[in-house]
Design a protein around this ligand. Structure first.
Ligand SMILES: Nc1ncnc2c1ncn2[C@@H]1O[C@H](COP(=O)(O)OP(=O)(O)OP(=O)(O)O)[C@@H](O)[C@H]1O
Ligand SMILES: [Mg+2]
Length: 290
């Protein structure tokens, strides 16, 4: 559920320049609301990862400000912020280090001082959730890329942070595991967590997020519900994003007068009845108009 007004991350006029001189963020403003699932989309190099790395203080603003639950990230350590913001890196190898899958997940819990029996039950829960319990004694580096990614997700879920940032969680996952990640996002939503997902997966976004922030060249071009943002052909062109298949179909149907101007459907179960009606009227002697 979206609770506007209850802002958990506030990004104010954020600029970030990498030590080499690349200006990756150029005046980003964004509010993340408690309990929402927010997607950040945009082409390679748009600045998505740079932006979310500010949420747990791995990067500090060159200019501007990021507040996480009211805490200015410039004055807080990564360890402190990580308790609030769990971060799953784009590249799992930047996160993994333990000798076994079990220890990988247990690490943060040990750091936070949980008793051993709690650690055990949390590790078991998280590894089962991610289909990895069977690998608990293996080295994280012996896992496939997709499994490693799921392991980093398990490590974060195990210690139950309030805000969860997932940088491209579905990359490298097969269909079944993507479904699993969808279910987990659904579960996190039910638990009242705030989830920020960086993704290129436009179909995934249409089904699972409340709002989308579209980035290009270090700026946010638009923020809004996916129904609006992903149906704006000009915005999609500007951000070099591809429309979801059903939006493409809706745009074609509009041109042929089957959907009204400004009308679109991007859910198959909503679009299908309209198409069936047109096709039926065609079969009955009327013109389907295609
Ligand atoms: N460690 C770094 N040092 C210098 N420049 C960097 C570094 N990391 C990223 N950049 C540059 O900053 C810009 C934004 O990169 P960023 O990784 O935030 O993009 P992104 O939107 O996450 O892209 P992708 O979809 O490829 O993950 C790019 O021009 C990139 O080359
Ligand atoms: Mg990235």
């Amino acid at each position: 559920m979206l609770h506007e007004g209850n802002v958990v991350v506030q990004v104010r006029d954020l600029y970030y320049t990498y030590p080499g001189g690349i200006e990756a963020l150029k005046g980003v403003n964004l509010e993340v609301y408690q309990g929402e699932v927010l997607a950040i989309m945009g082409e390679n190099g748009a600045g998505k990862t740079t932006l979310v790395k500010h949420f747990n203080g791995i990067l500090k603003p060159t200019r501007g400000q990021v507040l996480v639950k009211g805490i200015d990230t410039r004055h807080a350590s990564v360890a402190e912020l990580s308790r609030i913001v769990g971060f799953v890196f784009q590249n799992p190898d930047h996160q993994l280090f333990a000798d076994t899958v079990y220890e990988e997940v247990a690490f943060a819990l040990r750091n936070f001082g949980y008793p051993e029996h709690v650690i055990e039950s949390r590790v078991k829960w998280a590894l089962n959730l991610m289909d990895l319990w069977k690998y608990r004694t293996r080295s994280p580096f012996s896992l496939s890329v997709g499994e490693r990614k799921r392991l980093t997700i398990a490590s974060v879920l195990a210690y139950d942070p309030e805000i969860i940032v997932l940088d491209e969680p579905t990359a490298g996952q097969d269909h079944l595991q993507k479904e699993k990640i969808s279910e987990i996002i659904h579960l996190l939503r039910l638990m009242g967590k705030t989830v920020v997902i960086v993704t290129h997966d436009v179909e995934f976004v249409t089904e699972h997020v409340d709002r989308v922030a579209v980035m290009a060249r270090g700026k946010i071009l638009a923020v809004g519900p996916p129904q609006r943002v992903l149906c704006d052909p000009q915005l999609l062109r500007e951000a070099r994003l591809v429309a979801p298949q059903l939006v493409k179909l809706s745009l074609i149907l509009r041109r042929h007068g089957i959907l009204n101007e400004g009308e679109y459907e991007w859910r198959a179960d909503k679009l299908a009845p309209k198409l069936i009606k047109v096709l039926r009227s065609g079969a009955d002697g009327g013109s389907p108009g295609i």
